[in-house]
Write a protein that binds this ligand. Sequence first.
Ligand SMILES: [Fe+2]
Ligand SMILES: [Fe+2]
Length: 282
Amino acid sequence: MEEQFRVVQVSDTHLSHRHPHFLANWRRFAAAIAEAPPRLVVNTGDASLAGARHREDLVAAAELHAALPCAWRIVPGNHDAGDHPALCDGSGRRLPATRERLAAFRATLGPDRFLEDIGGWRLLGINGMLLGSGLPEEEEQFAWLEAARAGAGDRLLALFLHKPPFLSDPAEPGPVYWSVDPRARARLMGLLDDARLRLVGCGHLHEHFARRHGAAEIRCCPSLAFVASPALQPEAAGGARETGWLEHVFTRDGVATRVVTAGLSRTLLDDVVDEVYPERRR
Ligand SMILES: [Fe+2]
Ligand SMILES: [Fe+2]
């Protein structure tokens, strides 16, 4: 089918000038975007190395995205805006999503959600770190999302968020680190089961996989920054451990997705994790 437009999805870029290990792949990515700018770049979170802890990492991510020669949107990841409160034990190893961290994200990187109508499509990006947070903004976002879905008419839908809605089964329990909180997931099921929904683009797992759910394909974008070994990240969903990004070609009635890995370093997170994430040892 004839291409209507292209969206490039990048994820888990983990950008920082404090620890610049992952900037070389970003530069390769930015060069590819400059060569053939898509209609939109969507970063599905963990844009910054540790922006929830170090504001300057949010600033670094903002500056690097601002240099791209096309429109871009970033939805927050746990390293940008904090994580589900039930996953944070108070040790400081993980930081919870709070109104202050949300405000810092918005002030630095812009709105934490988006709606783009392009061609016959409605593209929605949501702040997945609000899901299960209990913050007032969580309810407000659900209301916005329902209105966006209800008002889509006969447009096809694509959804972008940081964590995958589930790893293998919508009924799987939680909260777990690797996917959306089950109670929030239940409230997303109307959208996930919507026959107009054709693509869910997520990240967070630092690997690439594709799952079919009803009419939609769930695509987990690999990290641009690094791969993690099974020893460091054993909970992965059985996808491909590679660095790369996704190119989504939207046509009148579907999306064709390909993963781009050529020319990228395959940095092993294990080799640098104690340096870039010292809080892991708490
Ligand atoms: Fe990440
Ligand atoms: Fe993440």
